[in-house]
Design a protein around this ligand. Structure first.
Ligand code: HPA
Length: 270
């Protein structure tokens, strides 16, 4: 794993990717955030040694390097989901690579189902914490101390400072945001009404199929993380309706502009 990461990092550094200020993982329907990036380098995943290649429709895979204002960013357009069949190691591989490119701050986005009755479709939720309900753990197995410690502190998986900063920016831009806890399930099925209820009882506000493995590994390596989630459907008791990937993408698309503006301003602001 170590050697593979270093090989990929060397390849990307040789291509000209140098110490980005932020790493960004763009989730379902949020790919448009790339329009905010002044792109310098764009590499399809298929050309990057050791990178998995995404298979889900709407998750085109490219690594993008460029600037937003004066900040350098490296962005993953398309991420790897555990449900696609990748191992946990493959799912989180790009985050390992980001760290050794010099990224200390990670921004992740995703689409999720809201179980908090105060949420509406299209809401943007700042992730305050997560619950790991994935069936495998990305740090299971022998620990490589070069990446980080065996036992990882998770008391502030999502930076309080970054959340406060984003709340300030949302207020300034007059975009309303929610805050809440994200619970990750493997998928690829959406939840049954009983499962949505379970998610709520467990203490979460939204449920999805990504993000948690990446954030765990980022914390393993001492990165500071910020996450936001678009609520693309509701799993609230009494109003659980049919949901499809298309609807999720449509709902995510509706909030894309606001998320783009929020993250752009977030990165530009010191
Ligand atoms: N459940 C899981 N993942 C999701 C959902 C959901 O309701 N919506 C978007 N991604």
């Amino acid at each position: 794993m170590w050697d593979k990461v270093q090989e990929t990092v060397k390849f990307l550094k040789d291509k000209g990717i140098t110490k980005p200020d932020y790493g960004i993982i763009l989730g379902t329907g949020l790919g448009n955030l790339v329009d905010k990036i002044t792109i310098e380098i764009k590499i399809p995943y298929g050309e990057i040694p050791n990178f998995p290649v995404s298979t889900v429709q709407g998750h085109s895979g490219e690594l993008i390097f460029g600037t937003i204002g004066t900040k350098k960013v490296v962005a993953m357009k398309g991420r790897f989901h555990f449900y696609e069949g990748w191992t946990m190691e493959q799912t989180v591989f790009p985050v390992r690579v980001m760290k050794f490119l010099g990224v200390d701050n990670l921004i992740v986005s995703n689409a999720s189902g809201g179980v908090n009755p105060a949420f509406k479709v299209g809401d943007i939720m700042l992730i305050t914490d997560h619950i790991n309900f994935m069936p495998e753990h990305p740090l299971r197995g022998k620990n490589d101390e070069r990446f980080g410690p065996r036992f990882v502190d998770m008391h502030e998986a999502y930076s309080k400072k970054m959340i406060a900063k984003m709340e300030g920016i949302a207020e300034k831009l007059n975009i309303s945001v929610q805050k809440g806890i994200y619970l990750a399930l493997q998928g690829p099925t959406f939840e049954t009404p009983a499962e949505y209820k379970m998610v709520k009882i467990l203490g979460a506000d939204a449920v999805g199929m990504s993000t948690v493995p990446e954030v765990i590994v980022a914390k393993h390596m001492g990165m500071t993380c910020f996450g936001l989630s678009v609520i693309t459907d509701l799993g609230v008791e009494g109003i659980v309706e049919a949901v499809s990937h298309e609807e999720v993408q449509k709902a995510a698309k509706g909030s894309e502009k606001n998320i783009g503006n929020l993250v752009e301003e977030f990165i530009k602001t010191v």
